[in-house]
Design a protein around this ligand. Sequence first.
Ligand code: TRP
Length: 522
Amino acid sequence: MAELTRTAAEDRGAWKSKIGFILAASGSAIGLGNIVFFASNAYKFGGGAFYLPYFIALFVLGIPVMIIEFSLGTMTGKSFPVAMRQLVGKKGEYAGWWTISCALFITMYYITILGWALTMLVGAFGGLLTDPAIAPFAGMDSPSDGPNATVYFFGMIATWAPMLSVAAIWAMTILILWRGTKTIEAAVRIFVPLMWLFMVVLIVRGLTLNGGVDGMLYLFTPNMDGIMDVNVWQGAFAQMFFSLSLGLGTMTAYASYLPKDADQINNSMVVSFLNCGFEFIAGVAIFSMLFAFAIVPSGGTLSLSFFVIPQGIAEFPFWIKGFGVFFFLLLVIAGLTSAVSLVEGIASPLIDKLGISRTKALALVMFPGIIGSLAFALPQVIDPAISSGGTLGFSLLDMLDHWAFSYSLLIGGLIECVMIGWVLGADKLRTFVNEHSKFTLGKWFNVQIKFVIPIILSLVIGGTLWQDLSGGLYQSDTDFGSFGWLPAAIPVVWIISTLVMSAVLTNRPAHDHDPHNVSNPA
Ligand code: TRP
């Protein structure tokens, strides 16, 4: 029977080809982070001022941490927490499950934002891009002065429609994960090339608009004033971790489906450069449109992609409006392949640790995940001053994003480097990596993992924490009304629940023998 002749490794999953892995890992990396968050961070931190910290972040932190995360996967053939247990013992597993629990929270709101993008995509066929755009649904407490894409967006999230989209995105994610690497590989073979194609269309459109080239120049003109600002560095480091899908064990899960002798230096370089190349092009496309539309963005992280660009597109004639559809289609596709990796990064360790089936593991992730994603889509308007907060779901999302985005990825990366560098020994990892690689890592790599990265990350995390604590927990200009307790409750819920999940999972007895090995000792 075919069932019995499969090897244990194939049962866990295995990429059919190297290109399948590269597509999947770059599909994970390229996502909302590259389009939505990069452009708004680059704008917030003054265009050209963002680049130096960004490149330093890529070479000093990004590529080395990716080499570590990929290698953990091939060294052990297991996903993150289980790999950490094998290499550094129980404390490694605690840390591993903590980051996986953080990944669950990030997945919840990542999918909500994707759900909004899907709802905007549907809207782009109709009301969103008519000039002036009309708010699609009634029911907002205080519609504003001019009908425009901002009103459209807040009108949209104040309805129940995004809940449907959120459910649809979850369904697509689970479908792609259904047969593991087999279905993931099939999906990324279509979606990843497609997202590059859409991006190329958008950049050509952006640059050929009147004034578009000025936007590109703004993005690339160095601005040394910003370099002294700690926030610029903090922003660039957090952006790099998020963009490269680091710090949450995601890349380890994907790499665990590779053969042991995979060249992880090469893989890390290829995936990082594909990701940052895409991010660059996305930045140019968005900034060229901003300048062409002569729009000065204001507002939070989402505003650039969710209302500034659509607003600009809406003011153009019909044949340009079509690009609004492309833009949201791109967001949905790019985000979907990232959401897939986030969920796989959680499901895969559950399979490894508990020895449960893929279906069961997916169900275990999906149920809490969907509830969370739906909570972030709650449409009740709690802040009538629409521009600062909007709905209950949006406010919750914004608060959780503040904590999860600024802390969990960087803390995950810090713990990883300290444990691998000091407990396992940087040399062990380096020797393993070098054995299978064309290029070899010199002794400097040890210094990098043991000192440079931990020191930089501690400074950034400490600086952010200091700002948060001295400025009061999470600053927001939103008046939460009767929900005034939320800003303090969110970080507490986040910390306690991730610690509890980590303790419970670490102390579950490991499923130690693989039933497939029994039937197939070879
Ligand atoms: N990198 C993705 C993006 O840019 C998001 C993502 C997927 C992610 N998996 C991750 C972020 C793991 C952090 C950790 O949109």
